[in-house]
Design a protein around this ligand. Structure first.
Ligand code: HEM
Length: 254
């Protein structure tokens, strides 16, 4: 006990009971049990970075909980742990000499965690899907949606959401009154309309999802909206198809 040589401390530890610990409950002699170890921190008390009462209150007691919660949920740093080890004088034991860790609640919590299914292994604090769902935001994933009029699928669009941003926006189908726009070739009358629809998908690439609302005014998205193409270029159909996809929910996960 009288050893001041901190490096020898570990080899000189001995068993200490709660009763013996309780005899060192003041600033004159302050021992604490923390996670199975007993520490004589009498010399450290004046160096602790708080008012002395904060730390004196725990002298003579099992103090693991206080150690783990400087303020609720904030344990001491690894640096503090290293400092603490310098003051180790023994191991806490019960009256039968069995080790007392002060971790009874912690170990039962560990056991519960191990019982839990693998699906529960992502903590709620880290589960991005849960966050988006709970905030009513569409989840990341692959989406498919359509715009249909009088039995004709005019727009069938696919897109991915990543961090709420659009990627891989593509038409799987684009038609109007029996004309399949995706098969049109340069020189065809309606070819420019198809090109303008392609510009819409390019323009959406990487944008936040809310950008689709700009499609209600296609002139913002596509140049050269003349009377002719304006009649057939309907950004509103594209946004409707995308919102259909969002309503259907994630088609497949990334
Ligand atoms: C068991 C009772 C103890 C309580 C209630 C307690 C509480 C606190 C509080 C409130 C702080 C304030 C600053 C902060 O929030 O970071 C603090 C910091 C600190 N304490 Fe304690 N403490 C205790 C024991 C100890 C012991 C025995 C040591 C070392 C032998 C120690 C070392 C430190 C150090 C180094 C810091 C600076 C911040 C850090 O490294 O985490 N404390 N403590």
């Amino acid at each position: 006990l009288s050893s001041d040589d901190e490096t020898d401390g570990a080899s000189e530890t001995r068993d200490i009971t709660l009763d013996e610990l309780a005899e060192h409950a003041s600033a004159e002699s302050c021992w604490k049990a923390i996670h199975g170890g007993v520490y004589d921190i009498t010399d450290y008390v004046p160096d602790h970075p708080t008012e002395e009462e904060v730390i004196l209150e725990w002298c003579g007691r099992e103090s693991s909980e206080a150690w783990d919660n400087k303020s609720p949920g904030r344990p001491h740093s690894p640096g503090a742990e290293r400092q603490l080890e310098n003051y180790r004088i023994g191991d806490l034991v019960d009256d039968q000499g069995e080790p007392l860790s002060g971790d009874v609640e912690d170990t039962s919590a560990d056991a519960e965690r191990q019982d839990a299914s693998p699906a529960a292994s992502v903590s709620p604090a880290e589960d991005q899907r849960l966050h988006r769902a709970m905030l009513g935001q569409p989840m990341d994933g692959h989406y498919r949606g359509v715009f249909t009029d009088r039995g004709e699928i005019q727009v069938n669009i696919t897109f991915d959401l990543r961090d709420g941003h659009l990627t891989d926006v593509n038409f799987r189908h684009l038609a109007y009154r029996g004309v399949d726009y995706l098969t049109l070739e340069e020189g065809d009358d309606l070819y420019p309309v198809m090109v303008q629809h392609r510009r819409i998908t390019e323009w959406l690439e990487g944008e936040p999802l809310t950008t689709i609302f700009a499609l209600y005014e296609p002139a913002r998205v596509v140049d050269e909206v003349d009377g002719f193409s304006g009649a057939t270029l309907r950004g509103a159909k594209v946004i409707s198809a995308m919102r259909d996809g969002l309503n259907r929910g994630v088609y497949s996960w990334p």
